[in-house]
Design a protein around this ligand. Structure first.
Ligand code: ATR
Length: 289
């Protein structure tokens, strides 16, 4: 990679970010496309967020990915939000269009692309979505547009109901959305005829890797199981889903496909998903060494 006076700069802001695989993935995409872009990782504390966004404008960065803890706070510092980002209330991608900073969220489209890339078309399907926090909200607006039915199960049922109401309000009567508590009884009942299960809770995340949000007896070979948890990439839920013969998608797929959508926003060019997935797997293997 050759950096010149014309190289355009993109990056990731968040805290912590040291272990991010995004530079491997995004730089591989730029290289493969032959674009004079570079992607850097910038650790930005909560207190420095406003300065960082002013810096993006002042330094003429072309784009930023935004991760924890800034995805919600950053919306206040931008000039415009695209419609999905507005509905979701968070941003993971910023485009600098001649000084105008526009916020997008590519989590939902990333999840949809990851499913389609793996041969799963959620349109007309029943999706069971676990969780009603930030991650769930991010993917629900896109998935609810595709699915025939989406059932949100959350430990705190009021939060699931609020999200279901927001989805119905924004998407109209077309989207069949229901909210229930996250209990064995509801899991058993809803998974019997579900096509896709998405885990957007933090259950199973490091350091509580022995936990799973779904008893393995409720998993079936016909179910597609997508876990958004990315630490570890193979959660107990995914391992058990694989063992019963279900198709599985992990947080790495999510990372690559939402990154691909960001690349397209910054460059206007189709992202090389296969190259990016390969770079992600190599980056992961390197990190384990
Ligand atoms: P994120 O941005 O990753 O979605 P979050 O907004 O804090 O993080 O949401 C975490 C989600 O995981 C919530 O849906 C939470 O359920 P509650 O709304 O009831 O808190 C869910 N969650 C976290 N720990 C859980 C546990 N031990 N059992 C079930 N759900 C859990």
């Amino acid at each position: 990679m050759k950096i010149s006076g014309r190289t355009r700069v993109c990056g990731l802001i968040g805290d912590p970010v040291e272990h991010s695989l995004s530079p491997s993935i995004q730089n591989a995409a730029f290289r493969s496309l032959g674009l004079d872009y570079v992607y850097v990782v910038l650790r930005v504390s909560k207190e420095s967020l406003e300065d960082a966004i002013l810096g993006m404008r002042g330094l003429g960065f072309r784009g930023l990915n935004v991760t924890m803890p800034h995805k919600i706070d950053v919306t206040r510092h931008l000039d415009e939000l695209d419609e999905t980002a507005k509905n979701v209330g968070s941003v993971n991608t910023i485009l600098n269009r001649n000084g105008l900073l526009i916020g997008y969220t590519t989590d939902g489209i990333g999840a949809l692309r990851a499913l389609r890339y793996n041969g799963v078309d959620p349109s007309g399907k029943k999706i069971v979505l676990l969780g009603a926090g930030g991650a769930s909200r991010s993917v629900s607006f896109t998935l609810a547009k595709e699915a025939s039915e989406i059932v949100i199960l959350n430990r705190t049922v009021e939060k699931a109901e609020r999200l279901a109401n927001d989805l119905t309000f924004v998407l109209g009567d077309g989207a069949k959305v229901r909210a229930e508590g996250l209990s064995d009884g509801n899991l058993k009942k809803e998974l019997v005829d579900a096509d896709v299960l998405v885990n957007a809770t933090s259950v199973g995340m490091h350091p509580k890797e022995e936990e799973t949000p779904v008893d393995r007896h409720f998993l079936r070979p016909k179910l597609v199981v997508f876990d958004l948890v990315y630490e570890p990439f193979e959660t107990r839920l995914l391992r058990e889903a694989r063992e019963v013969g279900a198709r599985t998608l992990d947080g790495l797929a999510m990372l690559v496909h939402q990154g691909a959508a960001s690349i397209e926003i910054w460059t206007g060019v189709s992202a090389p998903t296969e190259v990016m997935m390969k770079a992600a797997l190599e980056g992961l293997a390197e990190a384990k060494r």
